[in-house]
Design a protein around this ligand. Structure first.
Ligand code: FAD
Length: 309
């Protein structure tokens, strides 16, 4: 059995595995794919100390760093079920999708998240070529250019306020008849001079010139089609944590995020969680890495406090 079994090999999982191995713990890493969401990212300019990098490059560096250590990598596998230990100090069981089972004294859940997609033509084709999901990450790429934000909840309205500071003009499209964001955010949004808000506007297509996004089509409440010229479309209709398989095993928030405390401990002793799959505020690479380190150090703390057998 492992001392520490890490599930997910994105920034959080890679960091957790390195920290555990550096403590001399028997460490396993279930790696569906190295890099996680980072693999889907083009330019990265906010990974502090690295002025500029690209997703595949950072993912390869993560993998190379993990492979420097004595980490048993269980590649191309996903966890399907977690059976927590019956008592503190007992072994947790992880069933893999392949049918195999792994056992470990501690588990670090780092299965990440995925952005909810619009599911319209052009979205997949122009992903990272004008279709963006993270204003903190990609906002500065659109400096002085027009963008569209889809989604009128807190994340969409926050994104529109944020982007309005950087870009030339923001058009926010809300599918329903009302914005769903907090009132203070709505007031702030409506006070901005370079923002247009359109209600009952359903995005039907993202258009481009084969290389980059050039516009978007939406339908109004009567089904009439309208076209907007834009350089970027920020899709802000929700982040879905990869935690469906954990339902009923440990505490999840109403959004499906794994509830953690300030030590990355979950509601089950010996099980920790880090990164985008958790309730940690702000989903970013530097944050996920910090959280992975924290979860591993907490697992170490738990292990050294187990009674001598
Ligand atoms: P993830 O990166 O989501 O990794 C989780 C991994 O776990 C994945 O490989 C997944 O396949 C795997 N997994 C899922 N389910 C299971 C399972 N059951 N068993 C085992 N493994 C599983 N952040 C920045 O800081 N700067 C940026 O410029 C930036 N740009 C971004 C651009 C895009 C297009 C996207 C989508 C995100 C961007 N982000 C950026 C956000 C950043 O990528 C995430 O915050 C970060 O990757 C989260 O790391 P994580 O390890 O928690 O999760």
């Amino acid at each position: 059995p492992f001392d520490v079994l890490v599930l997910g090999a994105g920034p959080a999982g890679a960091s957790a595995a390195i920290y555990a191995a550096r403590k001399g713990l028997r460490t396993g890493l279930v790696a569906d794919r190295f890099g996680g969401q980072v693999m889907d990212t083009a330019g990265i300019e906010n990974f502090i100390s690295v002025k500029e990098t690209e997703g595949p490059q950072l993912s390869a560096a993560l993998e190379a760093h993990v492979r420097q250590y004595d980490v048993q990598i269980i590649a191309s596998q996903k966890a399907a079920k977690l059976v927590p230990a019956a008592q503190i100090g007992g072994l947790h069981e992880i069933a893999l999708e392949s049918g195999a089972s792994l056992h470990s004294k501690t588990v670090i859940l780092a299965t990440g998240a995925r952005w909810r997609q619009l599911g319209v033509p052009g979205e997949e084709e122009y992903r990272t070529k004008g279709v963006a999901y993270c204003p903190h990450c990609d906002g500065p790429f659109y400096k002085g250019r027009p963008v569209v934000v889809t989604g009128g909840g807190n994340s969409g309205v926050e994104a529109a306020i944020d982007l309005a500071n950087i870009v030339s003009h923001v058009t926010l499209l809300q599918r329903g008849a009302h914005l769903k964001a907090d009132k203070v955010l709505q007031d702030k949004l409506l006070s901005l001079p370079n923002v247009t808000v359109l209600m009952s506007a359903l995005t039907t297509k993202i258009e481009g010139d084969g290389k980059e996004v050039t516009g978007l089509t939406y339908s109004d409440a009567d089904g009439g089609l309208h076209h907007i010229k834009t350089d970027g479309v920020f899709v802000q209709i929700g982040l879905l944590p990869n935690t469906d398989w954990l339902k009923g095993t440990l505490d999840l928030s109403p959004y499906g995020e794994i509830v953690i405390n300030d030590h990355c401990a979950t509601s089950v002793p010996g099980i920790y969680a880090a990164g985008d799959a958790t309730t940690v505020p702000y989903k970013q690479i530097v944050i996920a890495m910090g959280e992975g380190a924290k979860a591993s150090l907490s697992a170490f703390d738990y292990l050294i406090r187990l009674p001598v057998q």
